[in-house]
Ligand binder design. Sequence first.
Ligand SMILES: Cc1cc2nc3c(=O)[nH]c(=O)nc-3n(C[C@H](O)[C@H](O)[C@H](O)COP(=O)(O)O)c2cc1C
Length: 186
Amino acid sequence: MNPPWYERLKKSIAKNKRDAHNRYFQLATTATDGTPRVRMVVFRGFVEDGLSLSIITDARSQKISELASCTRVEISWYFTHTREQYRLRCVSKIYTASDASLDSAVQREKMWSALSEAARAQFFWNTPGVPEGTGNAPTVTSSPPDTFVVIVFEPHSVDHLVLAKQQTRTRSAFGDTGWTEEALNP
Ligand SMILES: Cc1cc2nc3c(=O)[nH]c(=O)nc-3n(C[C@H](O)[C@H](O)[C@H](O)COP(=O)(O)O)c2cc1C
């Protein structure tokens, strides 16, 4: 059985679908010097038969080296129509081209095939985040390039704040006995 927070989050996604910006969430990582980094990313769906959330990114982006040294992240997701915030603490797993597992190949192929031409093109651009005019671009291929990476976030703690009508706040945590949750003062 799925934990209640997961069912609530799926409902929030469905109820807020009308506005494209509700597909974006903030992803916070820790840089190698211990300072925080945060950026917006697009939610690409839940992993099949699981509670984990997936995104796609460029293997050359800063978040990849940050996640290599600290796999723990926090996601902050605000739904503007229903006025709800979810903060999910997660452990991340990166699926890269150099990962020989079948799981990695399947995840990357599935995500790549669902992308528009415009979205795919970005993975053949020059190295992101370096001075303009420097860096290099990978050779264009029809298969997912090495720059194309899928990241999956497995939640272990979820803080759900509802601002609409009567405010409520619920904290869910995964422990030895599975998922438990408690109501908090908002
Ligand atoms: C609305 C919006 C959606 C974005 N979606 C993604 C995304 O899905 N994946 C991604 O890697 N970057 C996405 N970005 C760009 C990131 O916010 C960020 O600038 C980029 O990933 C580089 O971050 P990094 O160098 O910290 O890794 C998006 C930016 C905006 C404004």
